[in-house]
Design a protein around this ligand. Structure first.
Ligand code: G
Ligand code: G
Ligand code: MN
Ligand code: NA
Length: 249
């Protein structure tokens, strides 16, 4: 497959880069963290979206190597940010089939000097589908290291509530489909319910895809903890990100 060969080559040639999107506290308006978002700069195709190549990396087994590169590179970058700014890294469900994941995370932290509680791993509920005891064990190993775990894309999959019972997440990320509709239909009551469930279990909430001041104000009034979206900033390369973090110090 063309794509697979391209991916391998990009890995060897430095064709991947990481952009970072800030997360803001809704009460303080301060940057509380940044999410690492992988980008592939392709000679002919331009910027290729991870939505396109992550599935290929998963199918071909390249996701292990690629995921480890993202983790190590992003941890090094985050170690240069102000101490109160956390780093969020997306972890594919496939990476949870590998028993060495916790070791790799510990190694990336040690190599970068980033404190464990500044790293937040974003997983989707697909990790916990089908009574996956290995994935659950790895989640507990990660928790033991001291990293935080966030449940990403909440509300888009199946029977999400049962997963909140199976593992004590630190954070729920509310999918942007709820945020985009929040002012126009019943989505605000759904967001309110998620915020209430999260608070009752000691979890914080981050609303994704916040694009308007109206959405931000509504989310703040609903008690949502953080926001992320184009209203404040799109994902940016490290050099453009830095000025957004200074002054939040
Ligand atoms: O940044 P963008 O909206 O194009 O991302 C599309 C999808 O790719 C999102 O679901 C995001 O979580 C995922 N993604 C981005 N970077 C990574 C990464 O480093 N690892 C994994 N597994 N997924 C990523
Ligand atoms: O699945 P995940 O939540 O990790 O995906 C994050 C993706 O959402 C990134 O690819 C990012 O580019 C995209 N994104 C971030 N902010 C916004 C926004 O305000 N609006 C829209 N439409 N997409 C966004
Ligand atoms: Mn994410
Ligand atoms: Na998400």
């Amino acid at each position: 497959l063309m794509m697979e060969q391209d991916l391998r080559q990009a890995m060897n040639d430095g064709g991947f880069e990481i952009h970072y999107q800030p997360l803001l506290g809704l009460a303080s308006g301060e940057v509380t963290g940044c999410e690492a978002l992988l980008r592939w700069r392709h000679a002919e195709r331009g910027m290729v979206s991870p939505a396109e190549f992550i599935p290929v990396a998963e199918d071909t087994g390249l996701i292990g190597e690629l995921g480890e590169w993202v983790l190590r590179t992003a941890c090094k970058e985050a170690a240069t940010w102000p101490d109160h700014v956390r780093l969020a890294v997306n972890v594919s469900p496939i990476q949870f089939k590998n028993l060495s994941l916790a070791l790799k995370v510990a190694s990336a932290l040690a190599a970068s000097g980033l404190k464990p509680d500044r790293l937040e791993l974003e997983i989707t509920e697909a990790v916990l589908i089908g009574d996956d005891e290995i994935a659950l064990a790895i989640l507990h190993q990660l928790r033991a290291i001291g990293v935080r775990i966030a449940l990403d894309d909440f509300g888009t999959g199946y029977s999400s509530l049962s997963y909140l019972k199976r593992f004590p997440f630190d954070k729920i990320k509310i999918d942007r489909s709820f945020v985009s509709d929040i002012a126009v239909d019943g989505s605000s009551t759904i967001v309110q319910a998620v915020v209430n469930i999260a608070a009752s279990r000691n979890m914080t909430t981050t609303a994704e895809g916040v694009e308007t001041e109206q959405q931000r104000d509504l989310l703040r009034s609903l008690g949502c903890t953080e926001m992320q979206g184009y209203l404040f900033s799109a994902p940016k390369p490290p050099t453009e990100l830095k000025p957004l973090l200074v002054g939040s110090d």
